[in-house]
Design a binder for this molecule. Sequence first.
Ligand SMILES: [Zn+2]
Length: 252
Amino acid sequence: MTDPDTVAAAIADADEVVALTGAGLSTASGIPDFRSEGGLWDEFDEQAFTLRRYRAQPDRFWADWLSLHDHFFDGEVAPNPAHDALARLEETGHLDALLTQNVDGLHGEAGSETVVHLHGTGTSATCPDCGASIAVEAARERVDAGAGAPACDCGGVYKPDTVLFGEQLPRTALQAARRRAETADVFLAAGSSLTVDPAALLPDSALRNGATLVVVNLDRTKYADRADHVAREPVEEFLPAVADRLLDGEHD
Ligand SMILES: [Zn+2]
């Protein structure tokens, strides 16, 4: 089992460090995991959140999507020490890019700036016809007012910026993530089960290009035998410890 010192040393020696985060990063913030047992997809029907349904039944789609959104952001949701640690690493020049599968926006709230959202973001909606964007709360006001699906001035229907089932991943995000994985010296996967593409493939790409692969995740991942360093620890404890080791060392 890898300790925080080892990971801190690997990061200190690297020119380019790229992190990939998944649902496990936000569970300590109280955000439910979609796919785990007892996760959101046990409670909600995936079929209600397809691109096809958004197009065919936008009013009902939006009502269901907002209900899912409420469930997802149940109560006060704030970044946890794992988000803070990654933001500190970026701020101090130790993290060059952050790729995330999460749609909760917590990396941005924690202060991370270079965030690539592989599955979109749950805080805004965009009109597919003209590209206009509104906050989800503004969309909610229109739905609550009985207007049905929120309509754009151009006549289009706003779509949540989360990637729906049956929808392609955002192309620019995907390209950026692949490029980052290829050029990373250290690729740090944290809180991701690494089972859903493209997250499942990015570490592979990093390894092929000679990166040191670090996996921090409570459950075993398919990279357990190929990663250089594996820590099956809570990310909200392990990542702050890594940041502390790295940043304390610089003050010596
Ligand atoms: Zn529009």
